[in-house]
Design a protein around this ligand. Structure first.
Ligand code: NAD
Length: 537
C-alpha cells in the first residue's frame, strides 16, 4: 500500500520554486514514525516573492484576467479543480492518511468534500455576477445609492494539520470565487496534499500568481505573511464536511467591473490554535488588517435521560473521536443525566473496545495515530495531569498494547472530573472524552457554557422543545441536535468567545473575501444650496 511521496517545491507564480534558503522539513509518518519525504521551508524572502506574484495577478490586464473577470469565468477554474481532485481522489486520500494519520476512509470523505466545496463556491461565483451591484433605497429622491461588492485583494490563508486539504479549501475556494488572489500557508505538520493542490492548479491552467502555496514553519513563513503590508486579509480555520448525500440532516441558520483593482488591501484568514490566533490578531492590528479567526474549542455534548443508549453512545464517541479526536469542534465534554450515567458509561466503554485502532491505511481503521510526537506527548500529559488532579481514567489512557510503533492513544474516557480541572477547561486535541453528570436542565446548561470557548455544542434528547431550549441557551457558533460533528459547505461555520470570529462556508464564506463599497449619486439639476453663492462680479 506504500506510495511514493512526491518531492515538491514552493508554488509561486504558477511555478515550482526552490525556497530562497533551500531549507526543507522532514515528513514523518505518524503511524510508523519513519521519515518518508520532505517539504520546502519558506521564509520571509519567499513570502515577499509570493505576495508580489499575487499582487501582479490581481491587477494583470487591468484586473480583467481575474479580479474583475466575471464570476462565471472564475467558476470554470473552480469546477476544473474539483474535477481533477475527484479524478485523483484515491491517491490524495492515501497521501492525507499517511501525512496526518487519519483513517483512509475518513480521508477519502475529506477529499470528496474538498471537491464538493470547490463546486459549491463555483456555484456562488456564478450567482455573484447578478449580485455584484445592488440598489439601496434611500429616503431622498435626489439621490441614488447602490452597493458594489469587490474582491478584497491579496489574502493570506493560514491553516492547521487536522484537515490539511479541506481546511485549505474552505479558504481557497471562496477567496478565488470572490476574485481575490491568495497565498496559502498550510501547517508544517501536514502539507503534502496542499502541495498536490498546486499541481492540480497547474494541470487546470489557473492563471499564474492567483494561488501561491508556501509550506514552512509558522514563525518563519506564517508570521511574515501576516505582517506583510501588501496582504489585505488574514484568514486562519473548519475541521470537516460530510457529503450531504450520505445523511439526512436538516440545517437551520438562526438568525465593479470596469476598473482595475487598486493597491492590494491584504487580509488574513487563520484556522488554528487560540494562542497563535491571538498572535496573528496582534500582528494584524498594527496594520489595521482584517482577520478571520477559527480557533480551538472545548465543546459540550448534553445527553438527556430519554435517549436510546446505543444511538447516543455512538454519537458521543463519534463527536469526540472522529479524526482521532483532533477536531476543533470535538464535543469532548460529555454532560450526562445522572439517572442514566452508569448505564451510559457502560455502553460507551463497550463501544470503545470495538473501535479498530490501526495504521490508517488498514481496512476498517476507525482510530489512527496522533499527528506528531509533540502532539502525542501533549495528549498523554493531559491524561496524566487529570489522574494527578484526582480524576478516574475509566478506559484507555495509554498506547494500545498491540501497536509498538506510532503515536497512538487509546480512546480515553475520564470520569470524576471537577470543573476546575485542566481536562475540563483546556482543549486536548486527542481522543479524550471527559464526563460530568447533571440533574436539572439548568445545571446542564450551566455546565455546557462553563468554558472560555464557544465553537460547537450538542444535545441528545427525544424532547424537541427541550432541544430548542438548549439550542438557544448554548453559547456556541454551531449546535448539533441528536448528532455531533456533521458539517456542510452550505452552512456557516465559526465560533464565539475564544473560539474566534467570522464565519466560513456558505454565502458567509464568500462575504469574507468581499469589500462592500457604497456608491451615492446626486441626481438633481438643482445646486445643493447649503452655502450662500458668491455674488457675481
Ligand atoms: P497552530 O495554531 O499551531 O498552527 C496553525 C497554523 O498557524 C499553522 O500553519 C502554523 O504554521 C501557523 N502558525 C504558527 N505560528 C504562527 C505565527 N506566529 N504566525 C503565523 N502563522 C503561524 O494550530 P495547529 O496545531 O496546526 O491546529 C490545531 C488547532 O487548530 C486546534 O486548536 C484546533 O482547535 C484549531 N482548529 C480550529 C478549527 C476551526 O474551524 N475553528 C479547525 C481546525 C483546527
Amino acid at each position: 500500500m506504500a506510495i511514493p511521496i512526491p518531492s515538491r517545491q514552493l508554488f509561486i507564480d504558477g511555478e515550482w520554486r526552490e525556497p530562497v534558503h533551500k531549507n526543507r522539513i522532514p515528513i514523518i509518518n505518524p503511524a510508523t514514525e519513519e521519515t518518508i519525504g520532505d517539504i520546502p521551508a519558506a521564509t520571509a524572502e519567499d513570502v515577499e516573492i509570493a505576495v508580489e506574484a499575487a499582487r501582479k495577478a490581481l491587477v494583470r490586464n487591468g484586473g480583467k484576467d481575474w479580479a474583475n473577470a466575471t464570476g462565471a469565468h472564475r467558476a470554470k477554474y473552480l469546477r476544473a479543480i474539483a474535477a481533477k481532485i475527484t479524478e485523483k481522489k484515491s491517491y490524495l486520500a492515501k497521501l492525507e492518511a499517511i501525512d496526518c494519520g487519519k483513517p483512509l476512509e475518513e480521508a477519502a470523505w475529506d477529499i470528496d468534500d474538498v471537491a464538493g466545496c470547490f463546486e459549491y463556491f463555483a456555484d456562488l461565483a456564478e450567482a455573484f455576477d447578478s449580485k455584484r451591484k445592488t440598489p439601496v433605497s434611500v429616503p431622498m429622491d435626489t439621490f441614488k445609492c447602490y452597493v458594489l461588492k469587490e474582491p478584497l485583494g491579496v489574502v493570506g490563508l493560514i491553516t492547521p494539520w487536522n484537515y490539511p486539504m479541506l481546511m485549505a479549501t474552505w479558504k481557497v475556494a471562496p477567496a478565488l470565487a470572490a476574485g481575490c488572489t491568495a497565498i496559502l500557508k498550510p501547517s508544517e505538520l501536514a502539507s503534502i496534499t496542499c502541495l498536490e493542490l498546486a499541481e492540480v492548479c497547474r494541470d487546470v491552467g489557473l492563471p499564474s500568481g492567483v494561488l501561491n502555496i508556501l509550506t514552512g514553519f509558522g514563525p518563519e513563513a506564517g508570521a511574515p505573511l501576516v505582517s506583510h503590508p501588501d496582504v489585505d486579509k488574514v484568514s486562519c480555520d473548519l475541521p470537516f464536511c460530510f457529503s450531504v448525500s450520505c445523511f439526512s440532516f436538516e440545517l437551520d441558520v438562526l438568525h465593479c467591473n470596469d476598473h482595475p483593482p487598486s493597491m492590494v488591501n491584504q487580509q488574513i484568514a487563520f484556522t488554528g490554535s487560540s494562542a497563535t490566533g491571538s498572535k496573528i490578531m496582534t500582528a494584524a492590528a498594527s496594520l489595521v488588517k482584517p482577520v478571520t479567526l477559527e480557533l480551538g474549542g472545548k465543546s459540550p455534548i448534553v445527553v438527556f435521560e430519554d435517549v436510546d443508549l446505543d444511538k447516543a453512545a455512538e454519537w458521543a464517541l463519534f463527536g469526540c473521536f472522529w479524526t482521532n479526536g483532533q477536531i476543533c469542534s470535538a464535543t469532548s465534554r460529555l454532560i450526562v443525566h445522572e439517572s442514566i450515567a452508569e448505564a451510559f458509561l457502560e455502553k460507551l466503554v463497550k463501544w470503545c473496545k470495538n473501535i479498530k485502532i490501526s495504521d490508517p491505511l488498514e481496512e476498517g481503521c476507525r482510530l489512527g495515530p496522533i499527528v506528531s510526537s509533540g502532539q502525542y506527548e501533549k495528549v498523554l500529559k493531559f491524561i496524566s495531569t487529570a489522574k494527578d488532579e484526582g480524576a478516574t481514567i475509566l478506559c484507555g489512557g495509554a498506547q494500545p498494547q498491540h501497536l509498538k510503533k506510532g503515536f497512538y492513544v487509546e480512546p480515553t474516557i475520564i470520569t470524576d472530573v471537577k470543573t476546575s480541572m485542566q481536562i475540563w477547561r483546556e482543549e486536548v486535541f486527542g481522543p479524550v472524552l471527559c464526563v460530568k453528570t447533571f440533574t436539572s436542565e439548568e445545571e446542564a446548561i450551566e455546565l455546557a457554557n462553563d468554558t472560555h470557548y464557544g465553537l460547537g455544542a450538542a444535545v441528545l434528547s427525544q424532547d424537541h422543545e427541550r432541544c430548542e431550549r438548549l439550542t438557544k441557551a448554548f453559547q456556541a457558533g454551531i449546535v448539533w441536535v441528536n448528532c455531533s460533528q456533521p458539517c456542510f459547505s452550505q452552512a456557516p461555520w465559526g465560533g464565539k468567545k475564544r473560539s474566534g470570529f467570522g464565519r466560513e462556508l456558505g454565502e458567509w464564506g464568500l462575504d469574507n473575501y468581499l469589500n462592500v463599497k457604497q456608491v451615492t449619486k446626486y441626481e438633481s439639476d438643482d445646486s445643493w444650496g447649503w452655502y450662500k453663492p458668491p455674488t457675481k462680479p
